[in-house]
Design a protein around this ligand. Structure first.
Ligand code: 2HA
Ligand code: ZN
Length: 279
């Protein structure tokens, strides 16, 4: 690693979206969800917000994405770097994160800040970009995609049926707040090679209907309108999966019933995805 200039790091961390990225990646690493270079984050930014802190007319270099992203033309993102460790983001934001703008024709990415020493954007950029495209169609306020290797979610994919309805119902049953936090349930794709456009397409297909998608024996994608929301969603799913892994091999003496899940949803004004509760 190059020698770090403490003033440069401090200045970078004064930029709200850089600080948010540095803090959230640190949280996830401390949770044990992002060993080595595991995990990646992308966050759609407003041009005005970026222009407050960075010179948006100064393109550092041009990066070729795996495929053109016309739907995201002109949009700004802050993303984690390929092969970078979440553990290190806070101490070296510019080496581990980058701010990118998609060119007007959607064919290239312009680097405006960070990704120093010729670093590249996350290897999962196809999944992130395709997920942003689909989530934005459903919710214009959508902003954030987070991928990590949440431990108990991953563990659960070894021992639980991967049917989305069954998986979702089990998670809803684990903690009272779950049905309120993710009434739309959880999407699950088959095991696939990561980093590819194929896994990106499969993930994004699920994002048409779900805020969160599980990659069996790998990890989870969570989305939201803010970093807190996307992270909070993953945290809640991970907590439910943890409870499942704690109780799965024990005799269950009582549980939240379907009637109670229904009552809960009604009390909090959410509509559970149809086809999961049999009431
Ligand atoms: O290496 O998590 O899915 C980053 C990843 C790949
Ligand atoms: Zn991963």
């Amino acid at each position: 690693m190059s020698t770090l200039n403490p003033d440069k790091v401090t200045k970078a961390l004064e930029t709200p979206f850089i600080r948010e990225m540095a803090e959230i990646t640190q949280h996830m690493w401390r949770n044990g969800w992002d060993e080595r270079n595991g995990g990646n984050v992308s966050y759609l930014l407003d041009e005005e917000e970026v222009a407050k802190y960075l010179d948006i007319h100064q393109v550092i270099r041009v990066i070729e994405p795996a495929f053109p992203v016309h739907e995201l033309a002109g949009k700004y993102f802050i993303v984690t770097g390929s092969g970078k460790y979440f553990k290190n983001v806070l101490q070296d934001p510019a080496g581990n994160l980058g701010v990118l703008r998609v060119t007007p024709d959607g064919s290239k990415l312009e680097l405006l800040w960070g990704l120093e020493n010729d670093a590249k954007p996350t290897s999962e950029l196809p999944s992130h970009f395709m997920s942003h495209i689909e989530r934005l169609k459903v919710d214009p306020d959508h902003r954030v995609v987070i991928h990590n290797h949440a431990t108990h979610v991953l563990a659960m994919t070894f021992i639980h049926d991967l049917d989305e309805a069954k998986f979702t119902k089990t998670l809803w049953e684990m903690c009272t707040e779950c049905i309120v936090v993710f009434p739309d349930g959880i999407g699950i794709i088959p095991w696939m090679v990561p980093g590819s456009s194929e896994i990106g397409r499969a993930t994004a297909e699920k994002m048409k209907e779900y805020h969160s998608v599980i990659w069996p024996q790998h990890g989870i994608f969570g989305t939201g309108t803010t970093v807190d929301e996307a992270f909070g969603l993953i945290e809640t799913i991970e907590k439910a999966a943890q409870i499942y892994m704690l109780v799965a091999h024990h005799e269950i003496k009582q549980r939240i019933t379907e009637r109670e899940l229904s009552d809960l949803a009604a009390a909090f004004g959410v509509t559970p995805r149809p086809g999961i509760l049999s009431l």
